[in-house]
Design a protein around this ligand. Sequence first.
Ligand code: UDP
Ligand code: MG
Length: 315
Amino acid sequence: MKKLLSIVVPCYNEDLAVPKFYDEVVKVCEEMEKRWVVEFEFVFVDDGSRDRTLAVIEDLHEKDSRVKFVSFSRNFGKEAALLAGLEYAKGDFVATMDVDLQDPPALLPEMYGAVENGEYDSAGARRVSRKGEPLIRSFFARIYYRLINRLSKVEMIDGVRDFRVMSRKMVDAVIGMPEYNRYSKGIFSFVGFKTKWVEFEHVDRVAGETHWSFWKLFLYGIEAICAFSTVPLVLSAVLGLLFCFIAFVMIIVIIVKTLAFGDPVGGWPSLICAVLMMGGLQMMALGVMGQYLAKTYLETKRRPIYIVRRTEKDL
Ligand code: UDP
Ligand code: MG
């Protein structure tokens, strides 16, 4: 029986990259058809692009009926686009990859080979070098991964991209996680399954530019920590306890000192410091709690993760 491999591609303002991506991938697919009994479906998810991305994809669909698409009513973010693609894909195997060719399609055969015979449930690509990236960003990335792995039981591996080939079972497991705050890296890791890692060197974008500023990455990082760890809540409680203990010891010291040496007025500066520090810590703990509360609030609203405006069935 012919197996169907769906290739899911989130696109946001990528009218220059889409045709290049399509050409590259089709070449690789032809190679794969020689090796395996496999056919393909390309699911482009247009994440509310404001340029000609949708038109470009529709043209591709005219030429090649294997090209399917889902177009959102506005920009919902890459995580939403990935979910929509996974839900839409009908394949026995599903691959997810970026449209900017930073996920080299040349790796597809190797990744497909690992899952095709059932040996692995998923194959993921791992970027082993970060060259071409600002040094400061690599530095923070490294610290960040160390931090999140300490905080979360779900393992997050540095350099892992959203470039994967998955079996139907794993795809269904990923779709079955209905959370609103989606952090794919964590979700893929959470569902488990046997994963093979394929390593590769950093590749630059073919066209357009990245949608991630440092600030956006920072917020995304915090989001990920909230989504996969509750340790910050425990930490604020522990800090509170620690400072209570310190205060208690200091009270005793002061009482003893006063009894022994009388009561000269002094220590105002240190008092103010202590007050400020406690105030700061309290605000911080409140902020941490607020983060989780906000996430809970958004989850309980049960808003749709994405809204579809158009698919190829509407043509
Ligand atoms: N993307 C998306 N929605 C967004 C932002 C990005 O679907 O709101 C897509 C984008 O078109 C690309 C992929 O996600 O296919 C990765 O984006 P980008 O290349 O900007 O991220 P980077 O590779 O720099 O991490
Ligand atoms: Mg990219």
